[in-house]
Design a protein around this ligand. Structure first.
Ligand SMILES: Cc1cc2nc3c(=O)[nH]c(=O)nc-3n(C[C@H](O)[C@H](O)[C@H](O)COP(=O)(O)OP(=O)(O)OC[C@H]3O[C@@H](n4cnc5c(N)ncnc54)[C@H](O)[C@@H]3O)c2cc1C
Length: 872
């Protein structure tokens, strides 16, 4: 046999060899090639020295809503390493305050160490003083301290994000965002009696059912809330489900609540705590990222390459740094992310040069700030009306309600505000014609409004251009069904015997900015939302106040809301405007400070969420939202983060069609395997995906194509080497896994370790998949029997600091399955069953949780799997 024919005869083995190698590395929980892995189990630690000087594939700054979503999703494959750096604590010292829903209103973490406790600069158009601006500081971010509302905007509002980003690599419209919000959501409908008592409209099909975030309703709802939707109906509105793509109407908003034990479901409880040990994920708390590091190199297109981040626990404390093999991702939120960018030399040139910071990239970071501004009106209630004031003023009631909560997870402490509605401009003006006239005035004054805002805020010209595009959309919304105000029933009066209505502007015309005013990362930036800077905003909220008065007077709410106490029925016109300005504050929904917009329209990131001019630096959090929504911002942020994670996966893991696709191509993709930033562009992958089956070759780096073109003989030799390597690796890995295997076996003698292939199983159906691998959902809810020894609801965030006890964290976050709890149920809401990475689902087709849904819309191949390009 000639050498050539010998080589060719081995060719059929090549895909087999590489395929086997790929599958093996995908399945295995450890990567023995990384010497740090044994120390770096999926852990939450506050010991920065453990990671100092080390390198990670992905470094995430901020462990809030978006940050932990990304940390979880990106670490789903074991062959990359992920570090998430969070400035605040891990929450173990304030567990009750995070978990107990009612505490977020009556015993909240605002003002605590878990709050950045910012203040705005003096607000010249709203009373002249500063305004308090809380932001969550700790794992879970603002999602761990917030009011738990879970809602989506109207279709047109997400579609506007796509309109503002034409010809983009990635589409950000309703269909896309809603798909990803649903991916994060696990909805539980209230029982029929509750639905009927409160006139709720529930459309289960509009909600997600398999995501990590538990979404539902509180066990206790005040009787008076039953008057809410009927009163809106009296005014001619319908009751709707907030998830259906329209917000105009009245509803009970869903909350991020685990309905089976009535605890908050935040990003830590949903995306991190239920995970099995992940050797490739480290979450570091108590360290503030002070800068993104650059090593001076650029990619072929001149985009600068982020090489890592530095962090410190406090001013003057030791500074640490870590290196990024692939990407740095900022998820610090609407304040944190722009602050980090600016401190790193990416921001408005003038601002940075005034502070003596070298300007790497002149981008309008910190501009386009938009926030919902709101204030509350109060009415007296008839004697005997039971409200939150009863709870807030009685130590005895607080104690007995807490006891009830602890024993049965019912009662007053489960309640959070839920009754809301979104009227359009015509609704609040009470006339289509008036709304149309108002819209006409706005249109004719558009140029001068843009010019005024540009001058007040010293906007760069590209930001002014983007502002105009946003205003044109907002102007059209004046005559549409888009909600212009959120109207919220609040059961907590200013004094006793009161109920309130909060009026919140949803589409502010005012714009603000967040700019650093010091090179010290521990000095808060100057936050200027410029509330009521543009006069339309005070007009619109004034119409909203008039609407609230009509609503309070509408039957049957009028039975509960008797006399307007604040500001008082006689306060109208300028007096009402002054009252509003003085008493207003943030509704806690800032966004836009790292806007996803075209670069010539004030964009900071493109539609792949990559910072313009960088190869591998992204922002993925609320700050990228370019135009505000008639919705609270948490659910949209989960959608942004889920999509962001998939965008990254598309770049580093080649998307291939199902079965029969060899891994030869992916294994040869040098650009991704060496993770050289910028070589495998998002655009190329997106294009490849659009091209369906041709994606395989078109997504290859040119180096890989050449390699395949000329390297048949060499490839066969590589195949041989790979075969040998594979057998060697497989043997070693089985051994390396033994500690973990033992650990599982010990905890779960019913099996859970597949001795056949050395991989752990992430499956839950005992008979079908060999038993549960993890003690997930280890306790039962009220009235349910799991047969487990754990006390009902027992859980602890404390265990999260113990590396190998991370699986125990399941007991901290009981994940509901459709028929009970994970262990005894047939499915769990969040599992990576490896069906998308070649590991297959359980026998009998059982699907045990998370799978990447096949994207719809025809732009991608109907079915896909991600494959890591090469083991690291
Ligand atoms: C009091 C309050 C109530 C709210 N109520 C609701 C509600 O009911 N419903 C709703 O939908 N939305 C609500 N929101 C808004 C919602 O919580 C946010 O939109 C959402 O959390 C934003 O997610 P994010 O990931 O962008 O930022 P966050 O969740 O705030 O996460 C950012 C994280 O980054 C960390 N960080 C910042 N800078 C650094 C740094 N330099 N280094 C390291 N870490 C850093 C922060 O500590 C934080 O943990 C509320 C917000 C607040 C503050």
């Amino acid at each position: 046999m000639s050498p050539l024919s010998f080589t060719l005869s081995l060719l059929p083995l090549l895909p087999l060899a590489l395929g086997a190698l790929d599958a093996q590395t995908v399945k295995h929980p450890h990567n023995i090639k990384n010497p740090h892995r044994s120390q770096l189990k999926r852990a939450i630690t506050n010991d920065a020295s453990q990671v100092d000087g080390k390198s990670f594939d992905f470094i995430i700054a901020g462990g809030g809503v978006a940050g932990l979503t990304l940390a979880s999703r990106l670490s789903e494959w074991n062959n990359v390493t992920v570090l998430c750096v969070e400035a605040g604590g891990d929450g173990t010292d304030v567990e009750d305050k995070i978990d107990i829903p009612g505490y977020s209103y009556l015993n909240s973490l605002t003002g605590s160490a878990y709050d950045w406790a910012y203040n705005t600069v003096a607000q010249v158009d709203s009373g002249g003083g500063t305004k308090y601006w809380p932001r969550g500081k700790g794992l879970g971010g603002s999602g761990a301290i917030n009011g738990m509302f879970w809602g989506r905007p109207a279709e047109d509002e997400f579609d506007a994000w796509a309109t503002l980003n034409p010809n983009a690599d990635e589409t950000w419209n309703w269909e896309e965002l809603n798909k990803y919000i649903k991916k994060s959501e696990n909805f539980t409908a209230p029982d029929a009696d509750t639905q009927s008592k409160f006139s709720m409209v529930i459309d289960e099909s509009a909600h997600g059912s398999d995501g990590p975030i538990q979404v539902g309703f509180t066990s206790y709802i005040f009787d008076a809330c039953a008057a809410w939707i009927p009163a809106w109906k009296t005014l001619g509105f319908s009751g709707i489900d907030l998830a259906g793509g329209s917000t105009r109407g009245a509803m009970f908003s869903t909350s991020t609540i685990n309905t089976h034990n009535q605890t908050r479901s935040d990003s830590k409880a949903g995306y991190i705590d239920p995970l099995p040990p992940r050797s490739n994920l480290v979450i570091l708390t108590g360290q503030q990222v002070t800068a993104v590091l650059f090593n001076g190199s650029s990619d072929a297109s001149g985009n600068i390459i982020a090489s890592g981040v530095s962090f410190q626990s406090a001013q003057g404390a030791q500074s640490y740094s870590v290196q990024a093999n692939k990407e740095v991702i900022l998820a610090g939120g609407a304040v944190g992310s722009p602050q980090i960018l600016q401190l790193s030399g990416i921001g408005p040139k003038e601002t940075l040069s005034d502070l003596g910071i070298t300007n790497r990239l002149d981008l309008p970071v910190g501009y386009n700030l938009q926030d919902h501004v709101s204030y509350s009106m109060y009415w007296s209630t008839p004697q005997g009306t039971f409200t939150w004031n009863n709870l807030s003023t009685s130590a005895d009631l607080k104690a007995s309600a807490l006891q009830e909560y602890e024993t049965s997870r019912t009662g007053l402490w489960t309640y959070v505000n839920e009754a809301v509605g979104y009227p359009s401009m015509a609704d609040v003006m009470d006339s289509d014609t008036e709304a149309a006239n108002y819209a006409t005035t706005i249109a004719s004054d558009l140029d001068s409004t843009v010019s005024d805002v540009t001058s007040w805020l010293s906007l760069p010209s590209n930001v002014a251009k983007g502002l105009r595009a946003q205003y044109e959309i907002q102007q059209k919304w004046m005559t549409s069904n888009i909600g212009q105000l959120e109207i919220i029933l609040t059961m907590l009066g200013k004094g006793g015997n009161e109920m309130g209505i909060q009026v919140a502007l949803q589409h502010p015309w005012s714009r603000g900015k967040i700019l650093i005013n010091s090179t010290d990362p521990f000095t808060q930036p100057a936050i200027n939302p410029d509330y009521f800077g543009v006069g339309y905003d005070i007009d619109i909220i004034g119409y909203g106040s008039a609407f609230a008065r009509r609503l309070a007077a509408a039957s049957p709410l009028s039975d509960y809301m008797i006399t307007e106490v604040y500001p008082g029925a006689s306060v109208t016109g300028d007096a009402l405007n002054n009252y509003t300005k003085t008493n207003c504050g943030t509704e806690y929904h800032p966004m836009g400070t790292c806007s996803m917009l075209p670069k010539d329209s004030g964009g900071v990131v493109d539609t792949t969420l990559t910072v313009y001019g960088t190869a591998n630096l992204r922002v993925i959090d609320t700050s990228v939202a370019p135009l505000h929504l008639s919705a609270h911002t948490m659910a949209p942020t989960y959608g942004i983060a889920e999509k962001g994670a998939d965008i990254i996966k598309k770049k580093y893991w080649k998307v291939v069609e199902t079965a029969n696709t060899t891994t030869t191509a992916s294994g040869s993709d040098d650009s991704a395997s060496t993770a050289a930033p910028g070589q495998a562009t998002d655009t190329s992958v997106t294009e490849a995906n659009k091209n369906g089956s041709s994606s395989e070759s078109s997504s290859l780096s040119s180096g890989a194509k050449i390699g395949i073109g000329i390297g048949v003989g060499i490839g066969a030799a590589v195949g041989l080497a790979a075969l040998i390597f594979f057998f060697f690796l497989r043997k070693k890995k089985t051994g390396a896994a033994s500690t973990e295997k033992g650990w599982y076996d010990q905890r779960n003698p019913a099996a859970g370790w597949d001795n056949g292939d050395g991989a752990y199983k992430e499956a839950y159906n005992g008979s079908a998949a060999g038993g549960q691998a993890y003690p997930m959902a280890a306790f039962a809810g009220p009235g349910e029997s799991s047969g487990r020894p754990d006390a009902p609801f027992a859980h602890s965030r404390t265990h999260s600091v113990d590396t190998m006890a991370t699986a125990d964290l399941a007991s901290r976050a009981p994940m509901r399955s459709q028929s009970g709890y994970g262990l005894s149920g047939s499915s769990t809401p969040y599992r990576d069953d490896h069906s998308d990475d070649g590991h297959g689902i359980g026998a009998g087709g059982m699907e045990h949780g998370h799978q990447y849904p096949a994207p719809t819309g025809g732009t991608w191949p109907g079915e896909q799997r991600y494959q890591p390009v090469q083991p690291r």
